[in-house]
Design a protein around this ligand. Structure first.
Ligand SMILES: [Zn+2]
Length: 320
């Protein structure tokens, strides 16, 4: 779906803010470094003069002069590196630090939107700007086995290993996951761990509860034209994002619309080889009864299904 102007402007404003911030940080850092190492300035002037001389030599096709200046430049760069190193610094300390080094916080690589722009678009369209804050708290670093006891802990270790394998082979093999388990067994937490890792490695992630998903699909379905085309125009990333997470399947009010839409969503993403992660409090039998045999057979053949063990961790956390 094309962003409306105000949405596009708000994303571009954020890039402008990041650029201004990284420029200001760099200026402050350089001022500090130059105060600490005054002799760095003359070395940098010599490097700039050398680089300019190289350009002039290239324009006048003076190869000998160009090679001489290249050698001189390498020598100066080495000297600068040694000088910085004496003060516990490296050449990268003289460069800006970007939130996204790939596009240097411009949002574009050439005339193509950067992956960070696509994720910003997704965050805006699917109202998931809060997701980053959640993922700061719920990720593999904060995951704890302490809430699982005995055999449950071993089962959870295997589930975490599977989750890590899912992430590691995400770009090389098409996989989907279904997490089953009672309320509060850590399904959403584990889904968040996966979301965080994949977003960190520049993949686009849409995170929706089943309720939100069906709400969006129903809005798109009544948008006219051919259904799939209408979805594509209204909520393109539901079918196209690298990972779609559908949390809490079964908590929505099921009806013939949600059942048919769920099949469409599962099937369409399988056809496009786009990964989906579903979590549900229901067991397989209940899922089959609600979402039909044909949907379940697609899931059984294309998803890795994992049962999360244990009782409600949220209650244990409150009691501890
Ligand atoms: Zn970027």
């Amino acid at each position: 779906m094309p962003l409306i102007n105000t949405q596009y402007d708000s994303i571009m404003r954020e890039y402008a803010r990041r650029q201004a911030q990284s420029r200001q940080e760099l200026e402050e850092r350089l001022a500090r470094i130059h105060r600490e190492i005054p002799q760095l300035l003359s070395l940098e002037e010599a490097i700039t003069a050398c680089q300019a001389g190289k350009v002039r030599a290239a324009v006048s096709q003076d190869t000998m002069q160009r090679n001489a200046l290249e050698n001189r430049l390498q020598e100066l760069l080495k000297n600068r590196e040694a000088l910085l190193s004496e003060h516990g610094l490296s050449p990268s300390d003289l460069e800006p630090i970007y939130t996204c080094p790939d596009c240097q916080d411009t949002g574009y690589i050439g005339d193509r939107k950067c992956h960070c722009f696509l994720q910003a678009e997704i965050d805006l369209l699917y109202h998931q700007s809060h997701l980053k804050e959640v993922l700061e708290k719920e990720n593999f670093h904060t995951f704890s086995y302490a809430w699982y006891e005995g055999e449950d802990r071993e089962i959870m270790r295997r589930n975490v290993m599977d989750a890590r394998l899912f992430i590691e082979s995400f770009d090389t093999s098409f996989q989907n996951l279904l997490f089953l388990g009672a309320v509060g067994t850590g399904k959403t937490f584990l889904s968040n761990c996966i979301a965080k890792e994949l977003m960190n490695s520049c993949h686009s992630v849409v995170y929706l509860t089943a309720f939100q998903l069906f709400e969006l699909l129903s809005r798109a379905a009544f948008g006219g034209e051919r259904q799939a085309q209408s979805y594509q125009q209204t909520y393109p990333y539901i079918f196209d994002c690298d990972l779609l997470i559908i949390d809490d399947l079964g908590t929505e009010l099921p009806n013939s619309f949600t059942v048919s839409q769920f099949f469409l969503c599962v099937n369409e993403r399988i056809l496009r080889k786009k990964s989906t992660l579903i979590s549900s409090n229901l067991d397989m039998e209940a899922l089959r009864n609600i979402y039909s045999e044909r949907t379940l057979s697609r899931i059984i053949s294309c998803y890795t299904i994992r049962q999360l063990p244990g009782n409600d961790i949220r209650i244990k956390k409150k009691l501890s």
